[in-house]
Design a protein around this ligand. Structure first.
Ligand SMILES: C[S@@+](CC[C@H](N)C(=O)[O-])C[C@H]1O[C@@H](n2cnc3c(N)ncnc32)[C@H](O)[C@@H]1O
Length: 195
């Protein structure tokens, strides 16, 4: 499904980073970043340009190919891993930062990945997430899965990351303008947490 969407010539989520990531990039810990479901690479490339050592994982090889192209165009390198998060192992104490932007997973996988992500951070490591929340189904903005099973709430994420220090876990409505597939007044949840 994602391979087909990414076959388009355009970067469907744009080439600029996610707004929440950009606003909080200075709070990340210097060092490595694992970008979960990085798609066409706009966020990984942005972080590589800031000097982070970026690894992007996604189940779409078409998306990752565009990510490598975007990196080359920007004069940076990112490591890409083609894997389903069902199978990808996040090693404990491995990453200085893990980010998840609009990575919508079914409940059991979400819990598994988020718990592994919390364990996968180094000391003082940072986890950052923005995702659409259930309320998005009633919003005029476009973007996000059309089913509640793949949408999040702050309560879910607080539960997933209870082992971390939660700096921010908020449900907000905001104008999203991130490529042709994400736009308009939207309901999102944002999490910033530190180990
Ligand atoms: C809405 S896109 C967001 C892409 C990117 N994070 C961004 O903000 O531009 C969702 C991404 O999640 C990836 N994805 C969804 N389920 C996945 C899974 N189980 N394992 C790996 N990647 C997955 C898709 O391939 C797609 O690239």
């Amino acid at each position: 499904m994602w391979d087909e969407k990414y076959e388009a010539d355009e970067y469907i989520f744009g080439t600029e980073p996610n707004d929440f990531l950009k606003a909080n990039a200075e709070k990340l810990k210097p060092g490595s970043v694992l970008c979960l479901a990085d798609g066409e690479g706009r966020n990984g490339v942005y972080l590589a340009k800031l000097g982070f050592d970026v690894t992007a994982v996604d189940m779409s090889e078409v998306g990752l190919e565009k990510a490598r192209k975007l990196a080359a165009e920007n004069g940076v390198k990112i490591k890409t891993i083609h894997a389903d998060l069902n199978d990808f192992i996040i090693e404990p104490e491995r990453w200085d930062n893990i980010i998840s932007i609009f990575c919508h997973l079914p409940e059991s996988l979400r819990q598994k990945v988020h718990r592994a992500a919390a364990k996968g951070l180094t000391e003082d490591g940072v986890f950052l997430l923005e995702a659409y929340r259930v309320k998005q189904l009633e919003m005029p903005g476009k973007g996000g899965p059309p089913v509640p099973e793949l949408l999040y709430t702050a309560a879910m994420l607080k539960q997933d990351f209870q082992s971390l220090e939660l700096i921010q876990a908020q449900e907000i409505k905001r104008e999203v303008n991130e490529g042709s597939k994400h736009g308009g007044h939207s309901a999102v949840v944002q999490v910033l947490a530190r180990k």
